[in-house]
Design a binder for this molecule. Structure first.
Ligand code: VGL
Ligand code: ZN
Length: 205
C-alpha cells in the first residue's frame, strides 16, 4: 500500500500568509493531481496555540528567524503562524480534501515544536501517524507539501526511521531556504530515501 502525506498545505505557508514559503502555492495543483495515484492520502496541519514558544512574539526582545535554545533543543523563532482555528491554519481552500482520509495535527504543545508529522522535535511524543500507516498496511510513503526544508524534510526523515520506503516528491514541495533544501535532500538520500519528480507517479514524460 502506498500513502501520500500532504504536509502543512495551509494559507499561512502560501503567498500572503504570515510564514509564506516562496512559490508555496505551486505545490497545490500537484498535490491535487497526485492524490488519485495513491491507496491512502493523509494530511498534516501545523496547529499551534497562541502562546506557542516557537513564536518570536512570545519571547521578549526576540525577532523572527533568530535561533534560541528551547528546553535543550535548538529552536528557530517564527512569525506567529497556524494558530489553532485561525483562517491561516485551515487546509488551503484550493487543496482537494475529499480523498484525505484523516488529518494529523502537530505543534499543539506550547513548550515544544513539531516539524515532523510523526514526532515532536525532541522525539518525545508520537502523533500516532506511524502506527496509523502500519495499521493500513502502508509500506511506501510519499511526501509532498510545505516547507521542504522543515516539516517535509523531518517527516520524510522520520518515515525512513520508522521503516517506510520513503519518497520525497521534489517538485511538489518548496523550501524556505534553497540551501537548507539541498542539504535536506542529500541527508535523505544518505539515509536511503528516494528523491523523485512527480512524473514518476503521474506517468508521462
Ligand atoms: C513549518 C516552520 C514552522 C513547516 C512549520 O510546515 O515547514 N515551518 N512551522
Ligand atoms: Zn509551526
Amino acid at each position: 500500500m502506498k500513502a501520500l502525506l500532504l504536509i502543512d498545505i495551509q494559507p499561512d505557508f502560501l503567498p500572503g500568509g504570515s510564514l509564506a514559503v516562496p512559490e508555496g502555492d505551486a505545490v497545490v495543483p500537484l498535490a491535487n493531481a497526485l492524490q488519485p495515484h495513491f491507496d491512502l492520502v493523509v494530511a498534516t496541519q501545523d496547529w499551534h496555540p497562541q502562546n506557542h514558544k516557537s513564536f518570536a512574539a512570545n519571547h521578549a526582545g526576540r525577532q523572527p528567524f533568530e535561533q534560541i535554545d528551547l528546553h535543550g533543543l535548538p529552536q528557530v523563532l517564527w512569525p506567529v503562524h497556524c494558530v489553532q482555528g485561525s483562517a491561516g491554519a485551515a487546509l488551503a481552500e484550493s487543496l482537494d480534501a475529499n480523498r484525505i482520509e484523516t488529518i494529523f495535527r502537530k505543534g499543539t504543545d506550547p513548550e515544544i515544536d513539531s516539524y515532523s508529522g510523526f514526532y515532536d522535535n525532541g522525539h518525545r511524543k508520537a502523533t500516532g501517524l506511524a502506527d496509523y500507516l502500519r495499521g493500513k498496511g502502508v509500506q511506501q510513503v510519499y511526501v509532498a507539501g510545505l516547507a521542504a526544508d522543515y516539516c517535509v524534510y523531518f517527516t520524510a526523515k522520520d518515515a525512513l526511521q520508522e521503516g517506510f520506503d520513503t519518497y520525497l516528491i521534489e517538485d511538489a514541495t518548496r523550501p524556505i531556504s534553497p540551501e537548507g533544501f539541498a542539504q535536506a535532500k542529500a541527508d535523505l538520500e544518505q539515509l536511503g530515501g528516494h528523491i523523485i519528480h512527480s512524473t514518476a507517479v503521474l506517468g508521462g514524460h
